[in-house]
Design a protein around this ligand. Structure first.
Ligand code: FE2
Length: 416
């Protein structure tokens, strides 16, 4: 039995003890009795592990190397470059890249990842590699896999059959990209087929939806209507929805009412979309984000995600969800002090809601003892200082432990 003492649990002000037995939280509170090992957290902030609910592990680090840079910085050039280069992809290459990406994310305190995997490939190379890794690594990381038709559900010939094959292989989620189909009609039809397949295979839905600056892009409206009719909103996520940041307020208000009814979830990828969007603007330049704050105030579940690490779409990224959170709350104006205090929800509980892993996620007696410890006394200090993750615990065991860095030296600037 292990006991962590003086833990400031996110959302509570008093420090508590965490008693762990057989990989689970046995009890959380005070005066919990003896344990074989007692670890003093000295009042540091304890959170459930970070969740990254939108990543592309099959592309990760693909944008490195000669001639791979995306010159225009647009989504469309990214898709073209990936399409040109993916033909030489092997399972071993995907496996190596994915492991490197998972290592990066785990190092920063992530233990739950939803990865999109391109299925517009006759060999389903990425899908095969990721399905094996999901099983192989399940004790250290929870992977959820989206069957994602990167080159279009209709635009890529045979994608529908490939998606069905991927779902039969065990993909957890059906994906889509309606704004990349060749017409509005085909985009709508792709959403109908994807919703149908998701219901048929009893999987969740996560659509790359309106990832553009076009205020007339309307696939979010279509997706929302389809899942509302099928009472499937809570199993559905609209990722990106950048154009919803550009629509008129009167239209946005109408849609917010409908999102409240459907309970659809949203994922915003702040750094990725700040980079990709607004490329056609002169000034003022749009921020590229959906209406994060308004969706949250509307009662919809919203999470932030990394999306890309050094791939054809985005040259940066290192799996650090604190960086994503910091950028996201700035770009979304989610910076009132009360909002900052609860902003960790965007990279923890709300991502877990999207992945529907609530049974195994959160700091409660009876759940797996998964948590991280930050070098800060509370959530406000942690975000303001971009506090480092010092400890990551999975099923009661250390994934890693690092010493706090003394990141400020005393500068004797008054001494002559
Ligand atoms: Fe994506």
């Amino acid at each position: 039995m292990k006991k962590f003492i003086n833990a400031t649990i996110y959302g509570d002000s008093e420090s508590q003890e965490l008693l762990i037995e057989n990989g689970q939280f046995k009890a959380i509170g005070n005066g919990l009795g003896d344990a074989d090992e007692v670890i003093d957290l000295e009042g540091r902030l304890v959170l459930p592990p970070y969740v990254d609910p939108h990543l592309h592990l099959d592309y990760i680090f693909s944008g490195l190397g000669d001639g791979n840079a995306n010159i225009s910085g647009t989504l469309f050039e990214g898709i073209q470059r990936w399409s040109d280069n993916k033909k030489s992809l092997t399972e071993e290459m995907v496996r190596e890249r994915a492991i490197k990406g998972i290592q990066k994310e785990m190092n920063k305190g992530v233990q739950f990842i939803r990865t999109h995997v391109d299925i517009t490939d006759p060999d389903l190379t990425g899908m095969k590699a990721l399905i094996k890794l999901r099983e192989e690594l399940k004790d250290v990381i929870t992977l959820q896999i989206v069957a994602f038709p990167q080159e279009g559900f209709f635009r890529y010939k045979g994608a529908e059959q490939l998606m069905e094959h991927a779902l039969e292989m065990g993909a957890d989620v059906a994906g889509g990209i309606p704004h990349f189909e060749i017409s509005y009609e085909q985009g709508v039809e792709s959403l109908k087929r994807i919703v149908h397949l998701a219901i048929k295979y009893n999987v969740m839905i996560d659509i790359h939806c309106d990832e553009n600056d076009d205020p007339n892009s309307r696939f979010l409206e279509v997706l929302n209507a389809l899942v509302m009719e099928n009472n499937y909103g809570k199993y559905t996520t609209a990722s990106h929805t950048c154009s919803f940041g550009s629509v008129e307020n009167s239209y946005a208000n109408k849609m917010l009412g409908l999102f409240r009814e459907s309970n659809i979830n949203f994922i915003s990828c702040p750094t990725e979309n700040a980079h990709l969007q607004g490329r056609g603007d002169s000034y003022p330049k749009r921020r590229g984000l959906t209406r994060v704050k308004e969706l949250l105030n509307n009662g919809n579940n919203v999470a932030f995600a990394q999306d890309s690490i050094a791939d054809y779409w985005y040259p940066l990224g290192n799996g650090n969800m604190m960086n994503i959170l910091d950028n996201g709350i700035h770009l979304a104006h989610y910076t009132h002090i009360d909002e900052i205090y609860k902003a960790f929800d965007l990279i923890t509980y709300q991502g877990a809601n999207i992945m529907r892993i609530n049974d195994e996620y959160g700091m409660e007696a009876g759940k797996p003892a998964n948590f991280i410890v930050l070098d800060a006394k509370d959530s406000y200090e942690a975000i303001r200082e971009r506090a480092e993750v010092l400890v990551s615990i999975r099923n009661g065991e250390y994934l890693f432990k690092r010493k706090p860095q003394k990141n400020e030296v005393e500068i004797d600037f008054l001494k002559q």
